[in-house]
Design a protein around this ligand. Structure first.
Ligand code: AG3
Length: 286
């Protein structure tokens, strides 16, 4: 197959390029452009509107950090709502907990799920193998708006950047509805962009400003995602009751004996220790 170069513009002047990739598939869905590629270094990867979403080499980092951090704070989580996450990686990690009763996954674009099932079984394979997982191909914004009050213990917002179909998932109205749909010990984890380049930092600040106004506990934690802009990426941890460090149930989580390749109890604590420039940016968020 013909080899091409794949480039994501991280900023106007900084581009990330992977040389010599094969394009496996390309299509324009009703929501976005979806491309699947194959690289010697990163394995199979896919992009939405040209932006890196998932690749076989570093997906474990993102999916460990979105899933195991809240599960180690409240091991009694039973009802989970995933917004986005069409590649299936987040559902795969959550499904490893036997105490989970249901995983509702709301992905606006069915094509992302179907193509991931075809080209990326590494992340998508659990989607049709676990009957606790229920797929809804709907707008996440409308779904949480119509969800019953206090009907979930955990909401995971596994979204794209706030451009295109992911935009509504960064609004006050959306976070408001998440708050309402969460139980009293509920936790919200959201894709929180990067603090490093101004392009993503701006979105990080906007998201935090909205979430900290709503939730009594609103923290941010970091991890290394080498293929996202700057490689320094964040999730938000918001909750009505649990603090991610003070309520960390380290022994209970370790007793589960889950093998993870990035997440561990030291990372759990360390991830919430932020560099000064990030703390400052979040403190002044409005
Ligand atoms: N969600 C995408 C995170 C943002 C990536 N941004 C970028 N490349 N500019 C990943 C979904 C994984 N389940």
């Amino acid at each position: 197959m013909k080899k091409i170069h794949y480039t994501e513009p991280w900023t106007k002047s900084v581009h990330f390029t992977i040389l010599d990739v094969e394009r496996l598939h390309s299509e324009v869905s009703p929501f976005q452009t979806i491309d699947f590629y194959r690289s010697d270094t990163f394995g199979t990867f896919f992009t939405l509107d040209g932006l890196m979403m998932v690749n076989e080499k570093d997906e474990f980092i993102y999916h460990d950090m979105i899933s195991h951090v809240p599960m180690a704070v409240n091991p009694n989580i039973k009802r989970v709502l995933i917004i986005g996450g069409g590649d299936g990686g987040t559902a795969r990690e959550i499904a490893r907990y036997s105490g989970i009763e249901k995983i509702d996954m709301v992905e606006i674009d069915e094509r992302v799920v179907r193509l991931s099932q075809k080209y990326l079984p590494l992340t998508a394979k659990t989607l049709d193998q676990d009957n606790r997982i229920h797929l809804f191909f709907e707008d996440g914004l409308a779904f949480v708006k119509n969800a019953d009050k206090e009907s979930y213990d955990l909401i995971l917002v596994d979204s794209t950047d706030p451009i295109g179909p992911g935009e509504g998932l960064f609004t006050k109205a959306f976070y408001d509805n998440c708050y309402r749909a969460l139980s009293n010990d509920g936790i919200l984890i959201n894709q929180h962009e990067s603090p490093y380049f101004n392009e993503q930092k701006h979105e990080m600040i906007r998201a935090h400003a909205k979430i900290k106004d709503l939730f009594p506990i609103a923290e941010v934690y970091q991890f290394h995602q080498p293929t996202y802009p700057s490689g320094h990426w964040l999730f938000g941890f918001a909750s009505k009751k649990f603090h991610p460090i003070k309520d960390h149930k380290m022994a209970a989580w370790e007793a589960l004996n889950l093998k993870t390749n990035y997440y561990n109890s030291d990372i759990h604590k360390g991830a919430f220790m932020l560099p000064t420039y990030v703390k400052d940016a979040l403190k002044n968020a409005r």
